[in-house]
Write a protein that binds this ligand. Structure first.
Ligand code: AKG
Ligand code: FE2
Length: 224
């Protein structure tokens, strides 16, 4: 865990007491606590900035690169259905464990009880300047989608799926973070990453220094 994470925990644990449900909440014991935050303005969108320790991030990164999916430069996406690689199953188990240990509605209970929680994996590799167009994930996937970020941070922009329904909301996806989308966030908001357009990857007034980014998306296919 890095210093920023440590600070976030301390703030969450010892900061002003408040009944406001948007306050970060510490989960588990202080050595391993992860902090879940509800993203304001978007129902069903939750962010855990410190989901993976630095050590776990590098372990995952090596496991992904060892798969050999990205040896050719032209390939920047890998998809797996059904039996997932062991590192992805472990990641899914870790997500479930975290959600079961937190008294927050990060995912609706009926999604938590499904078996398995996820059975589809996409790993996306983005070089600097590459991103993903605004979209709602295909309806052949169930509700409840997880995205873990590795390497370079990026800004993911959420905008209402129906035009004129409200303003866009930017979320910083830092390395080691996890977002979970369900309900409105999954069905009524589009998400996109635009790393080409100048001014899009700006966070707290500063342009993000773009490097390679790898993301892991976990979903569950709808029954046939
Ligand atoms: O790479 C990401 O962070 C997002 C990926 C995504 O939205 C998708 O594959 O549907
Ligand atoms: Fe998506």
């Amino acid at each position: 865990m890095d210093d920023d994470d440590e600070e976030a925990h301390l703030k969450a644990a010892f900061g002003d007491s408040s009944d406001d449900e948007k306050e970060p909440v510490v989960v588990g014991d202080s050595a391993t606590a992860v902090v879940w935050e509800r993203v304001e303005k978007i129902n069903g969108l939750w962010l855990c900035r410190n989901f993976l320790s630095v050590h776990h991030q590098s372990h995952l990164l090596s496991a992904i690169l060892n798969e050999g999916w990205f040896v050719q430069e032209s390939i920047n996406q890998a998809m797996r259905f059904g039996d997932l690689p062991s590192w992805a199953t472990e990641l899914s188990d870790l997500i479930l464990e975290s959600l079961e240990s937190v008294e927050l509605p990060v995912l609706p209970a009926d999604l938590l009880w499904r078996e398995p929680l996820f059975d589809q994996l996409i790993v996306n590799l983005y070089q600097p300047g590459e991103g993903i167009c605004a979209h709602v994930d295909l309806l052949r996937f169930e509700d409840g989608i997880a995205i873990v970020s590795l390497e370079s941070p990026c800004v993911m922009r959420f905008s209402p799926a129906e035009k004129g329904e409200g303003e866009a909301v930017d979320v910083l996806l830092s390395p080691g973070s996890l977002i979970l989308m369900s309900g409105e966030a999954r069905y009524h908001w589009k998400h996109e990453i635009n790393r080409k357009q100048i001014g899009f990857q700006v966070w707290e007034g500063e342009e993000i220094d773009q490097k390679r980014r790898i993301s892991i998306t976990l979903r569950k296919l709808c029954p046939a």
